[in-house]
Write a protein that binds this ligand. Structure first.
Ligand SMILES: [Zn+2]
Length: 451
């Protein structure tokens, strides 16, 4: 396998091609359809060049590219990636132009290099390598490439729903992961789900003089006491039923919590803290990050805090919150629980307003055979063990495949701990681009021959 991808001319060609693709300013937040169509067209032509059947999937948003290459077997891997990027601002914080890729000291700097064009090209180049070396693919591959991920993938659920059969696969390689602080390659097996909401308190038709604070209720007091009823000082959520459906950890999950470096003390120090909320030991930090749901207050507004002095008793207050959800939880059910909590704790007047569509958690079992294949391929190519991260602490659209819970979804990428995704000077190590390409090719070979 190694020979094709090790040729200098092939490496240079792959790097040049990635640079060409990075020049397209595919910023989904900007709503510029023409550049998104240009990128989708670039990808379609590139994949057609490999012999893929391609099409655009009908979508209400930016073009969604689908491509398929039949292999020697029906076993199928689906690659999910995105061609859109985050806005580059603030521009003055970049050392070089975000859309004029530059290589310095072995690193490639450009918006999208880590998230997600480097990873996307590693899939395409891995497929190309197998075709060059073997003449055909050992298994079937499908590509699903969207252009709205950095804007929250608003169209993806409907696109996947419409094309369920087309997108069927035995395993999925997801868009991105990075080397950890110690430089070990990682793979991420999940995303947390999310339920976002507001709580609105209104205690009177208008604000009043604070001299009457003993006779008129205060909306901010009302709101903060409702909030205080929902979580204890240690972070335990007090909403009835909140933890009931959480899937218990398997022996493999427990082992990963024990053995994955979390650097709790170092993380605490970075923020000027003595200890993190769950404590500083690896097991506690990992368990909290990977497997524990949370209830977070994002902000509170109400009353007067401007210049001078205003003795007012506010009639309205609002808090914005979110729950991050783990395996087994359902955002719709959580919304119901919060609503019941408000009523049963004496706050039926506080209005619960759901924000954004709920996101479901998505977790692939840490002991799944496909996870072992990805790990073996990574260890072989990188020459060091691959760290399994059972879940990203964040939320993503993996849940669009919740109708096929048996399909393992494993995220792999080309970044490192200082890749600065979403920030100025986003970069990857050029060598990591080549290593991940080899890893993806090796995964296809190993998975094709696995029982
Ligand atoms: Zn991404």
């Amino acid at each position: 396998m190694a020979s094709y991808l090790d040729q200098d001319s092939v490496r240079q060609g792959h790097l040049d091609e990635l640079i060409e693709f990075l020049r397209l300013p595919t910023i989904s937040a900007r709503n510029d359809m023409s550049v998104m169509e240009q990128a989708a067209d670039w990808l379609m032509r590139r994949l057609q060049g490999l012999g893929a059947e391609t099409r655009l999937l009908d979508s209400p948003g930016f073009p969604v590219v689908y491509a398929e290459i039949k292999g020697d077997s029906d076993r199928t891997i689906l690659f999910y990636n995105h061609y859109d990027v985050q806005p580059p601002e603030p521009l003055e914080a970049w050392t070089s132009d975000p859309f004029e890729p530059a290589v310095r000291d072995g690193r490639l700097y450009a918006r999208g290099s880590d998230d997600n064009k480097g990873a996307l090209m590693s899939r395409i180049h891995a497929v190309e390598a197998l075709l060059k070396e073997r003449g055909s693919l050992p298994l079937t591959v499908k590509f699903l490439i969207e252009g709205e991920e950095e804007s929250g993938s608003p169209s993806l659920p409907v696109v996947v729903e419409r094309h369920r059969d087309l997108l069927k696969a035995d395993a999925c390689i997801w868009e991105n992961a990075r080397r950890d602080d110690a430089g070990s390659p990682t793979m991420t097996l999940g995303n947390k789900g999310m339920y976002s909401f507001e709580l609105r308190a209104r205690t009177a038709s208008a604000d009043s003089h604070s001299g009457k604070a003993n006779i008129y209720p205060n909306a901010i007091w009302r709101l903060v006491s409702a909030l205080a009823s929902m979580r204890d000082p240690n972070g335990r959520v007090l909403i009835k039923g909140f933890y009931e459906s959480v899937t218990p950890l398997s022996a493999s999950d427990e082992e990963i919590c024990r053995s994955t470096p979390a650097n709790g003390a170092a993380q605490a120090r970075k923020l000027g803290l003595e200890t993190l909320v769950p404590g500083n030991d690896d097991y506690a930090v990992n368990r909290a990050l990977f497997y524990t749901p949370s209830l977070n207050i994002q902000g509170i507004t109400g009353g007067y805090t401007g210049p001078g002095h205003k003795t007012v008793n506010p009639a309205t207050a609002m808090a914005r919150l979110e729950c991050r959800l783990v395996k087994g939880q359902d955002p719709d059910a959580v919304a119901e629980m919060i609503s019941s909590h408000l009523v049963s704790h004496g706050y039926p007047d506080i209005e619960l307003v759901s924000k954004k569509a709920g996101a479901w958690p998505s977790y692939t079992a840490t002991d799944h055979p496909f996870v072992q294949i990805v790990q073996a391929a990574g260890a072989e190519v990188y020459g060091r063990p691959v760290v399994i991260l059972p879940s990203s602490p964040g939320t993503g659209p993996r849940f669009v495949f919740k109708h096929v819970p048996e399909m393992p979804i494993v995220a792999l990428g080309v970044g490192h701990a200082d890749s600065r995704a979403h920030a100025p000077d986003e970069n990857i190590a050029v060598e990591d681009q080549f290593l991940t390409t080899k890893q993806v090719a090796r995964i296809m070979e190993l998975y094709a021959s696995a029982g």
